[in-house]
Ligand binder design. Sequence first.
Ligand SMILES: [Cu+2]
Length: 264
Amino acid sequence: MRLIATLLFLLVPILGVWTFWIAPEHGWWFPKSVSSYGADIDRLFYIILWMVGITFVATEVILAWCIFRYGRKDPSKAAFTHGNHTLEMVWTAVPAVLLLFIAFSQMKVWADVKFGDSFPKDGRFTIDEPIGEVWASQFDWRVRYPDEDGNLEGADVIEKAFEFTVPLGEPVVFNLRSRDVLHSFFVPNFRLKQDAVPGMVIPVWFQADEPGEYDLICAELCGWGHYKMAGRVRVLPADEYDAWLAAEREALYANGTEELEEDE
Ligand SMILES: [Cu+2]
């Protein structure tokens, strides 16, 4: 019975590790990383995953060993212990060192992704001249591109619902805002997640290095229709992006008779 209990207990770490092992080949792992800083974010994730994984397996094995070693059928008297000072020092110091290691190893990546000072400065989109703004609201993503003078007021602002079109291979900076409650701008393929906070204008940047369409989802439970905040980020080669934007600008002034005029 003691042996069966031990083996059953050991199944927890074995099955736990096994599911992680087979996850990638079953498509249960991360979607492809296509942003310039995606690999850095993944590296941080794997550091923590290994730490947690090793700790998990070690503690489970110790627990199983204790079941095997100290399991008793007869209700014998428990032995009292007043603790072990050395052991307590070790289990305080080791997590402290590990936490400090995590804190220091993520600092540079965090600053590169989140701090305005380290946003890319050379491209055509910067923190001072962003591509536009993204508004989150219950339950909608609204992307607004400024007019040719950089204004976000007036009739020639381009507004798109649930679709964020951006150029490939260059830094894209935008301002994230919320009309009502907390939302979170999450593009798994970019390894980018940023809360949208009512009353705040939060600059965000990414650089997509592969063309395609990627899921944009809300990662903050924001109300009954949270699940409906499913948008797309369309990454187009730079010239196609420019052509798309020019066509959108032209369409703002279209009155539906242009083709008739061309035919005449
Ligand atoms: Cu939301």
